[in-house]
Ligand binder design. Sequence first.
Ligand code: HEC
Ligand code: HEC
Ligand code: HEC
Ligand code: HEC
Length: 225
Amino acid sequence: MKTGLTVVALTIPMVFVLVFGVAASPPPDGTIRAAAVLPAALATTADGEATKYAYVGSSKCKMCHIKQHKSWKKTKMGLAFDTLKPGAVADVKKAHGLDPNKDYTTDETCLKCHTTGLGHEGGYFIPDASDKKAVRKAKKLQGVGCESCHGPGSEYVKLHTELLKTKRKYKIEEMYAAGMVKVDASTCVTCHNEQSPTIAKGDAFDYEAKKNEGTHERIPLKQRE
Ligand code: HEC
Ligand code: HEC
Ligand code: HEC
Ligand code: HEC
């Protein structure tokens, strides 16, 4: 990885390269390819409100927000899907009455909080194991992804792409109008609540303490007014 602005030839990847002082190549896994067509369902924000926006997966954000992505993918939320695999964190499962040898990766009651946008347009779905394309698509939505907190990205990614090109100033209201969700304590408690088998009744979620640990590295914004 190089630092400093890198200018490359005018190719498709170009738009993804001039990023906050860090150059990134588009992922080799073909992220630019058109998203698979999924069964239509109304997308919702983290708090369950219906929206007209679709989920696109965290890898779409990586090319521009490389530092946030890099730190996020190592967090517990980035790895939340792996927790559902048999044998993973066996002690914690036992302590909470879960079966440490059971495969919970196809259990929808768990997936709704351990994946991104379960059941919504563009969101996580349980893939047919023989359908390689579906398996790849679903993999990008495993864990608590960027859009679990920031909202489904189908429309605001277009706005961000334009902001990257023009470098103009913007107001936060533009982001919300394009489907971004204001992140606050209410975003977190859609999952950090007593429906989780590991959270005891009455356990309060301390937003101020948790928001800077366990989400991702913070990089000051430059274009926001
Ligand atoms: C879509 C559901 C979901 C949302 C929304 C969500 N989380 Fe989480 N969070 C999880 C899950 C699931 C885990 C546990 C992952 C694991 O260990 O497998 C977790 C773990 C964490 C952890 C590490 C464990 C702990 O409790 O210390 C922190 C910190 C955390 N989340 C903070 C936040 C904050 C702050 C927000 C809101 C800005 C938030 N989360 C929003 C599902 C969510
Ligand atoms: C309502 C949302 C929600 C549901 C449903 C949910 N989880 Fe979680 N899970 C969380 C959150 C949030 C955390 C992190 C906070 C904590 O454990 O204190 C978590 C943490 C965990 C952990 C602990 C991980 C660690 O590293 O310590 C395990 C294990 C786990 N979940 C398994 C499951 C399984 C298995 C299911 C389905 C039977 C499930 N969860 C359903 C939200 C949920
Ligand atoms: C668990 C919730 C959560 C997840 C998951 C999450 N973020 Fe964030 N993000 C936040 C919070 C909280 C802030 C700070 C918002 C504030 O203070 O107004 C933030 C801020 C940001 C910012 C503003 C600049 C900065 O660094 O502070 C960017 C850009 C961003 N996130 C991108 C991403 C990307 C890309 C991903 C996925 C790789 C991601 N986020 C995943 C919660 C999350
Ligand atoms: C083509 C590049 C590009 C892509 C792709 C992209 N963004 Fe952005 N994003 C930007 C730029 C540029 C800004 C404005 C940065 C600034 O003000 O310094 C921004 C701003 C943000 C902010 C801060 C909003 C605010 O004002 O508080 C968040 C959060 C964010 N992006 C999340 C995401 C997420 C999540 C994805 C993927 C679904 C994504 N972005 C995809 C370029 C991109």
